[in-house]
Design a protein around this ligand. Structure first.
Ligand code: MG
Length: 389
């Protein structure tokens, strides 16, 4: 399947009629701000960008201003009234599309704002061969069956189980008929179950972890971590002494003196490491590699930097660029600059063009001017790993 090719035409129903009580506060969850937009607007934008037309929002009571604001700049949005249950709300949205009678429709919960275009494409395309398609994820945790008194009654086989997300995609006529003929005695868990009850085949396509449901207030509080850019700065000093090796940026330099310290005392790598740790709020180099720990005696400082790069990645960030200044009277840094940049590129997986190594003296002033030590300062920028949705 080529996800880059244009999608067949489809419509969408966004179910935004829930009360969202677990989030707390007065504003319903779907109208609360999340990463700069209301929860529902995220889904609207993602579906509109994929070409959904028209898009029905199934909503509870909403005042006119909020409704206008929610759909500002979009001209293909319709409204439908929410029902007493999710299923009644979905049916209301589907009935609102009857005039257009689209071939394909996506039904999505507003509580899942991060909707990747790739998932939409997989779903819409899967309808070539099936009446329905749902995004699913494998179960990664092991499973237990809960018995009485909070004890384990048995295990469940996770291999045959999948976690189901939305949007769910359907042939419009098939899902509308399925909803109309549903007995109503039972509330279905989701629309795929409604379709399945009529014998329609439902394809499982790959879901996406980003599609997680926003349920609790903490999910909204998660936001600062996803700032698109971060910066960090680091500063370090080591003493110059006789009889030590001189390491700067992971490169060994010939010099009369070397830097003293617990590790290899590579003051430049320490400054860069601290800058990265600072950008992601992970303490400083001493937090992660305490000088009291004999493991780091004489250690190559490159591993400290690699560790910081990994921590940034785990926090959802990649390094954009590094700007380093080495402050010393001697040795001269210029001749070693290309080697230093390529060594830093290796340690950080950056292109050398994203790495700047500068040097300055202090005009013979202060400890660096007297050759008693070398100082280094670094600035780094980080950008969020979240790809454009
Ligand atoms: Mg240091």
């Amino acid at each position: 399947m080529n996800e880059a090719s244009p999608l067949p035409p489809f419509s969408a129903v966004i179910v935004a009629a829930g009360k969202g009580l677990r989030v707390g506060g007065d504003t319903p969850k779907q109208l609360r701000e999340y990463r700069g937009k209301t929860l529902t607007r995220h889904s609207l934008d993602a579906l509109a960008a994929a070409g959904a037309d028209p898009i029905v929002i199934v909503h509870g009571k909403i005042d006119e201003d909020a409704a206008k604001q929610l759909t500002a700049g979009l001209d293909n949005v319709l409204w439908a009234a929410g029902g007493a249950t999710r299923q009644a709300s979905v049916r209301s949205g589907l009935e609102a599309l009857a005039f257009a009678s689209p071939d394909r429709v996506l039904i999505h919960d507003a509580a899942r704002p991060d909707l990747p275009q790739s998932v939409i494409a997989r779903l819409v395309n899967a309808l070539d061969e099936h009446c329905g398609a749902i995004p699913t994820l494998p179960v990664v945790d092991s499973l237990a069956v809960a018995g009485d008194a909070g004890t384990m009654a048995g295990k469940a086989d996770r291999d045959s189980l999948r976690r189901v997300q939305t949007p769910q995609a359907f042939r419009y006529k098939a899902i509308l008929e399925a909803h109309r003929s549903w007995s109503g005695a039972l509330d279905a868990g989701d629309d795929a179950q409604v379709l399945s009850a009529t014998g329609g085949s439902v394809a499982l396509v790959d879901g996406d972890e980003r599609l997680k449901k926003i349920t609790f207030a903490e999910d909204f509080m998660d936001q600062p971590r996803a700032a698109p850019y971060r910066v960090g700065q680091g500063y370090d000093v080591h003493r110059l002494v006789e009889g030590e090796e001189l390491w700067l940026c992971g490169v060994k330099l010939d010099h009369t003196h070397g830097l003293a310290g617990h590790s290899d005392a590579d003051v430049a790598l320490h400054a860069i490491t601290d800058a990265i740790l600072g950008a992601v709020g992970e303490g400083d180099i001493g937090t992660h590699f305490p000088p009291s720990d004999p493991r780091w005696a004489g250690a190559r400082s490159g591993q400290f930097l690699e560790h910081a790069v990994n921590l940034a990645k785990q926090a959802g960030y990649q390094i954009g660029n590094i700007d380093l200044t080495i402050i010393c009277e001697a040795p001269r840094i210029g001749p070693h600059r290309p080697k230093m940049r390529s060594e830093l590129a290796k340690l950080t997986s950056l292109h050398p063009s994203a790495i700047s190594v500068k040097a300055t003296t202090t005009e013979r002033l202060g400890f660096t001017g007297r050759g008693e030590g070398i100082a280094a300062q670094a600035l780094v920028s980080l950008s969020s790993l979240e790809t454009a949705l």
